[in-house]
Structure formats: C-alpha cells, structure tokens
Design a protein around this ligand. Structure first.
Ligand SMILES: *[C@@H]1O[C@H](CO)[C@@H](O)[C@H](O)[C@H]1NC(C)=O
Length: 223
C-alpha cells in the first residue's frame, strides 16, 4: 500500500517537474548539434593533450577542411523569415489554444525573438568563421607541437584554397592559428579548376546526376 502511494507521488512529481525541467532558458549545455551549420568552434574537441603514440613520431600533417561560418545570401535570409510564421504559431498554441509545453520564460524569450542575420551577396567569411579556423589551427598546434614549432616557409608548408573569399580567409585564419598572426606564409594563387580541393566543379556527371537532380535533396525536403 505504501509503495503504491509513493509511486503515485513520484509520478505526480515527475509530471509536474517535466515542464520545469524542459526550460530551454535554463539549459547551460544547449543542444548545439541541432543546427545544420553549427560553427566548428562550438562543437570542437576540447582535448588539448599531445597526441602521443608509443614508438611513433608525427612527421606530416595533411588536412582538407571546409571554410568557416559564412554569411547567408539574400535567398537564404528570405527563407529564414518563414521562422516568423512558426514563432506566431507557437505563441498562438500556448496563449489562444491552450496547448504547447514551453515554460513561461521560454515563451517570453520566444516573443522577444527577432531574426538577426546579415546578408552578404558574396557569402564571405564571418568573424565567427575566422575564429572557427583560427582556433582549429591552435588546437592542432597544441596537439602536434613538434610539427608546428619550426619556422614556417613555403617549402615546409603548403596551403591551397579556392577562388572564393571565404576559403582564402579561412586558410589565412588557420595559418594564423598555427603559426601566429601575420607570420607571412606565401600562398599560391587560387586555381579556377582545382582538381584536388574542388574536383566536383569539373565533373559533368556530378553536375547532371547530383547538382541538377531534384532527387538529391528529396529526403531533406521531406524532413
Ligand atoms: C586526450 O588525448 C590524449 C592524446 O591523444 C589521449 O591519450 C587521451 O586519452 C585523451 N583524453 C580524453 C579525455 O579523451
């Protein structure tokens, strides 16, 4: 009998506690992987120890990396404006229809939300994008100190990027993180048809079967 009473109490506590526990405003560790374009810095590996493998020595370092966070273009910003409809629907659910389970603080925050986005037709690198690659460089340096303590020359390190501002600026940020700002590594000129870092742009089959094929994004659009 006592057990039943306790269980009922426990259930009631859990049910009452649920709305409290699900306040996004109080979460110190938000679900940052929920975005499709989370900055690398927010989800980076925080382990800064040397990578040490017994009887081994790091000799070379290769990375093919994407550029850091870029600005949205005007079309993307237009799509983001649809979020105002969603905002309105969620508020209406709570206040007019009596449904929805956001806590009061979250609902208040949602009402205050406005779209804060800067559009840039060229989709250049943002300050966050610079930090993404700068800090990535710093992390690699702390993990492979022996490789990056040497003086940087164009014979010891080669950096390559495409013709876009965001990739060139990302490469500079990465090198700044590795060797210190303005260490003056000479960069080669960006190639229009770079078969190493942008092979898809020269691939007719990819263009036809993937890029111009509506089926490519079919599953994404269902979601
Ligand atoms: C951090 O990295 C070092 C070197 O690779 C490894 O030995 C250690 O287990 C890592 N620590 C954690 C917590 O993953």
């Amino acid at each position: 009998m006592i057990i039943i009473v306790l269980s009922a109490t426990l259930l009631a506590t859990l049910a009452a506690g649920q709305s409290q526990d699900s306040c996004y405003a109080d979460q110190t560790d938000p679900y940052i992987l929920f975005g499709t374009a989370t900055p690398y810095e927010a989800v980076s590996n925080t382990n800064a120890s040397y990578v040490y493998i017994d009887k081994c020595e790091a000799k070379q370092f290769w990375i093919i990396s994407r550029h850091g966070t870029r600005y949205a273009d005007a079309d993307e910003v237009d799509e983001l404006k649809d979020l105002y409809d969603l905002q309105e629907k969620i508020i209406k659910n709570h206040e007019k229809d009596g449904s929805g389970s956001l806590c009061a603080k979250d609902l208040e925050n949602l009402k205050l939300w406005t779209l804060q986005v800067v559009s840039n037709v060229k989709r250049d690198l943002t300050p966050q994008g610079y930090n993404d690659l700068y800090r990535l460089g710093k992390r690699f340096k702390s993990r492979f100190p022996a490789l990056f303590k040497q003086t940087v020359t164009k014979d010891s390190f080669k950096v390559q990027f495409t013709t876009k501002q965001r990739t060139a600026a990302s490469a500079i940020a990465f090198v700044d993180g590795l060797f210190g700002t303005g260490m003056g590594l000479e960069f080669p000129e960006a190639l229009e048809d770079d078969m190493l870092i942008k092979p898809y742009a020269s691939c007719k089959k990819w263009e036809k079967d993937v890029e111009k094929n509506k089926d490519t994004t079919k599953e994404m659009k269902k979601f």
